[in-house]
Design a protein around this ligand. Structure first.
Ligand SMILES: C[S@@+](CC[C@H](N)C(=O)[O-])C[C@H]1O[C@@H](n2cnc3c(N)ncnc32)[C@H](O)[C@@H]1O
Length: 236
């Protein structure tokens, strides 16, 4: 994937945190996905739909772009403007209560959002797995805590994140939370390589929230946090 071909879409208006396309690039670099126009991918917690656009272009699949805070109308207008209105469908549903058909998706991708709603044991089996086809894949990239600080999020991150500090968990903890199921072939979690680039691209926007984050980068974000990559492959 050549991220430079998406530069015109990656802006202060479409970014909601560290560069989501950079995080997606690492996930797809590690686990490439090529599909046909009849295949379906769910982009869960897609925000402004930036990653949904890239997923559609890179994989060739039809994409359902679901988000809670950004309306389907707003995302639909953007997809039409971007010329992918026929390939990317906007949806506004809570990840805790999705209404898709069972085993509908060839893949589910979630960038910088899974930690908001899925940090408990059993969530993956109850709320995610039913919608993914046999042989499918789930790719997730989220901010988290470095492994050496497992369980110390509140102590280390509260000055930056306030009451949301508990959302940050380590790769080892996420592997436990994803858990096991007879339909699952493998679960891998790791500390992602794109951390520095994704953060510096966010800071370069000078978005108000980016300026707030920048104040904590050297003292909290860089020493204690990482991006956690999660790759779940289902049995065929
Ligand atoms: C930090 S934004 C990231 C958005 C986008 N994925 C990105 O990387 O730019 C987190 C997103 O998670 C979504 N989200 C949070 N809780 C959710 C839930 N329960 N169901 C669906 N989406 C949720 C929000 O709507 C929000 O857009």
């Amino acid at each position: 994937m050549d991220i430079s071909s998406y530069e015109k879409y990656i802006s202060k208006e479409t970014m909601m945190g560290p560069n989501s396309v950079r995080i997606l690039e690492e996930l797809l670099g590690r686990h490439p996905l090529r599909f046909t126009a009849d295949d379906l991918i769910l982009d869960l917690g897609c925000g402004t739909g930036l990653t949904s656009l890239v997923i559609a272009k890179e994989t060739g699949a039809k994409v359902y772009a679901d988000d809670l805070w950004v309306s389907a109308e707003e995302n639909g207008q953007r997809f039409a403007q971007w010329g992918v209105g026929g390939q990317v469908m906007p949806i506004c549903e809570d990840a805790n209560n999705l209404h898709f058909e069972k085993e509908q998706f060839n893949a589910l991708i979630s960038i910088d959002s899974y930690h908001y709603f899925a940090g408990r044991e059993g969530f993956f089996q109850e709320k995610i797995l039913p919608f993914v086809k046999d042989g499918g894949v789930v790719l997730i990239g989220i901010p988290g805590l470095k492994d050496e600080y497992t369980g110390r999020a509140e102590e280390l991150l509260t000055d930056w994140l306030g009451d949301d500090a508990y959302l940050f968990k380590s790769p080892t903890r996420w592997k436990e939370l994803i858990g096991r199921h007879e339909r699952m072939e493998s679960v891998q979690t790791w500390e992602m390589d794109c951390f520095g680039k994704a953060w510096s691209e966010w800071f370069a926007t000078n978005h108000k929230f980016a300026c707030d984050d920048r104040q904590y980068f050297e003292t909290i974000i860089k020493p204690y946090t990482c991006f956690v990559g999660i790759d779940v492959t289902l049995k065929s």
